[in-house]
Design a protein around this ligand. Structure first.
Ligand code: FBP
Length: 262
């Protein structure tokens, strides 16, 4: 495991990863319809220059075109795989670019989604093995796993035992950080963090909620020993992303409560 206590993915061992791969994962109408300005990736890169953001997770086409103008101000997390929701089979997320190409574009870290529990689990573990070994051996580059158990055999993909399993899988197959869905309570998150031993765990933002509800879940994650957040819609679907980033900075890096941060 590559220690992330002081890296370009984290600040003081904590992370606020801004994610913007939703155009691929969900399509523009689903996530950008209410905020059409954000269709232009430039807008997200501007948002990612906020001090609170430790790195920006994007797909290859976006990194190739927009990252060169921001490489001094933004750390790049290359999200190497991704799938559209036009795919209706068992969950699978194909690799769209290589570790080598991500490194060439200046990536500081790579990200990979693994759907444990899917009928394609074996293929995804093999894909993950190759990228993890290449990232570690050749580039000393951390690998963040979007660890999302899902598939036809899984009824509830956010229950405590599933999220703890998700963090443990990430640890055991070699991730340096796991990004998991919030299991709903501080106690459940604590179990997920413990299950990951020394590997940092961050919460996945999810669909947009109220300021208070969102910040309270981030507060609970930090109280549970989590290392921060990887978030998309709960930041850039807001009218004022700066304001929520100011508040997140207080909760994640300064230990404030949701009430104090607001
Ligand atoms: P959000 O904070 O908007 O949920 O983004 C995090 C993320 O993991 C994105 O990287 C990805 O596009 C999306 O969630 C996938 O969500 P799902 O697979 O649940 O539809």
């Amino acid at each position: 495991m590559i220690p992330l206590t002081d890296s370009q993915v984290t600040r003081d061992g904590k992370a606020l990863i801004l994610a913007m791969d939703h155009g691929l994962e969900h399509g523009p109408s689903a996530d950008f319809g209410s905020v059409p300005d954000t269709l232009n990736p430039e807008k997200i890169f501007e948002t990612a220059t906020h001090d609170a953001v430790t790195c920006l997770a994007v797909q290859k086409g976006i990194a190739e075109t927009y990252y060169p103008s921001y490489d001094d101000d933004v750390n790049l997390l290359a999200k190497l795989n991704g799938t559209s929701n036009l795919w209706t089979g068992e969950p699978y997320s194909p690799q769209n670019w290589t570790v080598d190409y991500a490194a060439e574009l200046g990536a500081d870290a790579v990200g990979y989604t693994v759907y444990s529990g899917s009928n394609h689990e074996c293929d995804m573990y093999e894909d993950f093995r190759d990228i993890q070994e290449r990232a570690h051996r050749e580039y000393d580059m951390p690998v963040v796993m979007w660890s999302y158990p899902r598939g036809q055999g899984l009824k509830n993909d956010t229950k405590e035992s599933v999220i703890a399993y998700a963090t443990r899988i990430a640890l055991e197959i070699g991730a340096d950080m796991a990004k998991v869905k919030y299991p709903g309570t501080r106690e459940s998150m604590e179990w997920a963090v413990k299950s990951a031993a020394d590997m940092p765990v961050v919460m996945s933002g999810g669909s947009k909620t109220s300021d208070y509800e969102f910040l309270s879940s981030v507060e609970a994650v930090m109280d549970a020993g989590g290392s921060g957040l990887a978030v998309g819609r709960n930041v850039w679907q807001r009218d004022d992303p700066e304001r929520i980033l100011d508040a997140l900075e207080k909760v994640i890096f300064e230990g404030a409560t949701a009430d104090e941060a607001l």
